[in-house]
Design a protein. Structure first.
Length: 364
């Protein structure tokens, strides 16, 4: 996208018949801007995409969100290209499943509204978990392990939301509207991540309580890639999975990074998806990588490989983390149009000090 309002590429796909708007499950992408809860660039992209899709879907721009999910992550620092990716699919009758463990499919769902005082707490976890389960069912996924990425865009606290909660006699989980360790966006993202973990069976619901969220990072999801925005009052959920009776030539795989230096995670994710990769993606195979989705979390420690880093003290460390992730993906795949969100310090997304990463590839 040349500007936040540039939907010319989407327009070409629609006018040439490359995609049918009714087949779109989700619009996913990275936008320029601050990447904070209130991000005008992200909101501009959201409005522009809705305005272009509305006539195709015979609805108003506001109603577009009833027909598909919008998961846009703000902030494209470093080499990340601002872009949108269109997730679309259609159902057809198949004589027999293809060999190789299934093909790419998507499922989507929308959670119940999450009240300001519920953000970052167990009510948030439960509502997202139910939505993820609905998305898994809608995708026709037979087993949770067939899901390799679960994208969630949840609500972020704002001062208006905090004031609304207090007028009703409720207290929000935090008053910190930053992306710091006690920031509202981190609480929202991590409650969403635990909701994913519960739905996929990675974490038992009865092992969780409010005190676990953003405190005990031994509870996590390997496939949750979550973010939040002030314009949301609910959570949009998109499951990216392999359906065992699916058709087509695409598959998805995943592998969490063990730390921010783990470039091998890209190769492992690509191999998980079905390409013959050992450690590093061979340049001849890069053209078969279609899309990469990842988080880049600021590690809990100020040391990496035994050496001190100053990322904790960086005023825009959340932006630096995204840039780090963007470079890691681009340098190993050749793709700058990748979905790299991040900036939280510690998270329930991926293992402690690690990061979830998934890759969609063309296998045939």
């Amino acid at each position: 996208m040349d500007t936040p309002s540039d939907v010319s590429a989407l327009d070409r796909l629609l006018t040439t018949g490359r995609i049918d708007a009714h087949s779109i499950v989700a619009v996913v992408g990275k936008t320029e801007g601050t990447g904070l809860g209130k991000d005008t660039a992200r909101e501009t992209v959201d409005r522009s995409v809705r305005a272009r899709l509305a006539p195709e879907l015979a609805c108003t721009p506001d109603e577009v969100g009833d027909r598909l999910c919008m998961i846009l992550s703000g902030g494209s620092p470093g080499v990340i290209t601002p872009h949108i990716a269109i997730f679309s699919q259609r159902l057809v009758d198949a004589d027999a499943p293809l060999p190789g463990g299934g093909r790419l499919c998507f499922g989507r769902a929308v959670s119940d509204d999450i009240l300001p005082e519920e953000i970052g707490r167990m009510a948030h976890v439960r509502k997202v978990s139910r939505a993820v389960r609905a998305a898994l069912d809608g995708a026709g996924v037979e087993a949770a392990e067939d899901a390799h990425a679960v994208l969630v865009k949840g609500p972020a606290l704002t001062q208006v939301a905090i004031d609304d909660a207090r007028r009703r006699g409720a207290e929000p989980v935090t008053l910190d509207l930053s992306v710091g360790p006690h920031g509202a966006m981190c609480y929202s993202n991590d409650a969403s991540a635990l909701g994913v973990a519960v739905a996929t069976g990675e974490v038992p619901l009865d092992s969780l309580h409010d005190g676990v969220i953003r405190q005990d990072f031994t509870f996590y999801s390997d496939v949750a890639i979550t973010s939040s925005a002030s314009e949301k009052t609910h959570a949009d959920v998109v499951v990216v999975a392999n359906r065992r009776d699916g058709l087509g030539d695409l598959r998805v795989g995943h592998s969490s990074m063990t730390d921010v230096l783990d470039i091998g995670a890209v190769g492992r994710a690509v191999r998980s998806a079905g390409l013959p990769v050992q450690t590093v993606v061979d340049p001849d195979l890069r053209g078969r990588i279609v899309y990469v989705m990842a988080k880049m979390i600021i590690p809990g420690s100020d040391r990496i490989a035994g050496q001190r880093i100053t990322l904790h003290d960086d005023a825009v460390g959340y932006h630096v983390a995204k840039a780090m992730g963007g470079y890691l993906v681009a340098s190993t795949t050749g793709h700058t149009a990748a979905f790299v969100s991040g900036g939280e310090r510690n998270s329930h997304q991926g293992p402690p000090d690690g990061n979830p990463l998934a890759a969609i590839v063309r296998v045939t």
